[in-house]
Design a protein around this ligand. Structure first.
Ligand code: SF4
Length: 476
């Protein structure tokens, strides 16, 4: 008779501790592996972050399509403004989209609360939307034109009893001269005339931190057209010291409401726009050292300012920094860096225990970074300020439609322009969820293909109440 050794079962508390301190949870590991498998071979570069470090960004759609501005161009479809703002609809849709994203893309990601003007939601509904997103592991960023008052921000951040709802808020604030409708400046003649508005938004968040202890992350977004492309350097120089942690530029595309298209957006070559961003940043911005999807869609440069000089986190000309980058992507990919500090420390500790060689490598990188940015004494007197530069090039609806139709049939186009569109869609870093069909789509597909029908249906479901006529007013 064989002795029965039994099977050792760890106590429940031990399993729970193991789960909590595991550097990357199983759902995220699976989501990363799937994203990597789906990427076209051409973008599986050494610096690729999709499928290795994260799954990419996410956004909401059809949750509050209305906007009170009239920008040229505007990515919203012609029917967006026929849909009324409706809190219960917004929250139900966000719940459904976020739970689908959590299920299909892992337990944490960055997600934009977007799809109209977010400040048209009441402060209560806006706060409830952010709470739902957080509950599903999403790090939300509210996307707004920034034309609201401090009282709105306060209502969002603090409840009716004066209790702080959030420790930190993230906003992407869109301010540029293609927009129309800002109070006090319905139409801006140039970017410089909007500088007071850039300062005003930043000042509101500083006040919120002062008065309620709410930290913030602010991104500054700009739509780029042939009329403002040469003003990019000035925008960056004027707003750089205001507290914006990211400057994101979106060259305009022929998508959304056709009545709002102006200029020839074909003129906006990626290199031209990026060189303007570099001019404003005052530095060369290496965007391949960490690549997000396809560089024809995205260029991103992560780094920090010390005084007037910007430094990339990784020096793309130093093989040791590139080795550190490789180690980061290989061993820290999928780690939830926004997790509570005590958990993050324990998780990083487990990574270090498993790979002790990472410690001298990280210290070497730190030493080199301190040295090339001016030395310890300088860094102690001039605090480094992290600032990320981004260019995100949406695609024309006329290209996305045929490209997507073929992709859905599993066919790659022979037309080079449509083939490029397909490759970019396959490497997309910005997904939107359709739980009703069990699909995820690139934001380009959402705006270029699906928005029109979706908003037409919403206009019937949530019509704008008609104004009462004079005769109705007087009771005839
Ligand atoms: S496919 Fe469109 S939405 Fe996706 S990353 Fe490229 S430009 Fe952005």
């Amino acid at each position: 008779m064989q002795p029965n050794h039994g099977t050792f079962t760890a106590p429940r508390w031990w399993r729970r501790l193991d789960e909590l301190t595991r550097p990357v949870d199983a759902k995220t590991t699976d989501a990363l592996a799937q994203r990597w498998r789906e990427l076209p071979e051409s973008v599986r570069t050494l610096g690729q972050v999709l499928g290795r470090f994260g799954v990419g960004c996410e956004g909401t759609h059809g949750v509050f399509p209305k906007c009170d501005f009239a920008c040229t161009p505007c990515y919203h479809s012609a029917d967006a403004n026929k849909v009324r703002i409706d809190g219960p609809h917004t929250l139900a849709q966000i719940e459904s989209q976020m739970s689908y994203l959590e299920q299909s893309r892992g337990s944490h990601a960055h997600a934009q609360l977007i799809g109209g003007e977010v400040s048209l939601l009441s402060g209560e509904d806006h706060a409830a939307a952010l709470e739902i997103m957080r509950r599903h592991g999403r790090e939300p960023m509210s996307f707004s034109h920034g034309d609201f008052d401090y009282e709105y921000l306060e209502e969002l951040a603090v409840d009716a009893n004066g209790k702080r709802r959030f420790k930190k808020l993230s906003f992407a604030v869109h301010i540029d001269s293609t927009m129309k409708g800002r109070r006090g400046m319905r139409r801006a003649l140039d970017e410089a005339s909007l500088d007071p508005y850039r300062r005003r938004v930043a000042a509101m968040f500083q006040r919120l931190r002062r008065e309620h202890g709410v930290k913030y992350f602010l991104a500054h977004n700009v739509t780029v057209t042939p009329s403002n492309v040469d003003q990019i350097p000035e925008v960056i120089r004027a707003a750089r010291g205001l507290g914006y942690g990211m400057f994101s530029f979106q060259p305009a595309a022929f998508v959304g409401d056709e009545r709002r298209w102006r200029d020839d957006y074909e003129n906006l070559e990626a290199d031209r726009v990026w060189s303007m961003i570099e001019l404003g940043a005052g530095a060369r911005l290496p965007y391949e050292v960490l690549q997000v999807g396809d560089t024809r869609c995205n260029r991103t440069a992560w780094g920090f300012y010390v005084g007037e000089r910007w430094f990339s986190f990784f020096n793309d000309e130093d093989p040791k920094d590139l080795a550190a980058r490789d180690a980061l992507l290989e061993h820290l990919g999928g780690v939830h860096f926004n997790a509570p500090a005590h958990l993050l420390v324990l998780r990083l500790g487990r990574v270090a225990l498993r790979r002790p060689s990472l410690i001298p490598m990280a210290l070497g990188w730190l030493q080199r970074t301190v040295r090339r940015s001016g030395g310890l004494v300088r860094l102690m007197s001039e605090r480094p300020v992290p600032v990320t530069f981004v260019m995100h090039r949406f695609m024309h609806a006329a290209d996305v439609k045929p490209a997507w139709e073929l992709l859905e049939r599993g066919v790659m186009s022979e037309d080079p322009r449509i083939l490029e569109t397909q490759e970019r869609l396959l490497a997309c870093s910005y997904a939107m969820a359709h739980p009703e069909t069990g699909t995820l789509v690139p934001a380009c597909v959402q705006h270029g293909v699906l928005d029109a029908d979706e908003n037409a249906a919403l206009a019937t479901l949530l019509p704008i109440p008609r104004r009462r006529t004079f005769s109705a007013e007087i009771g005839n």
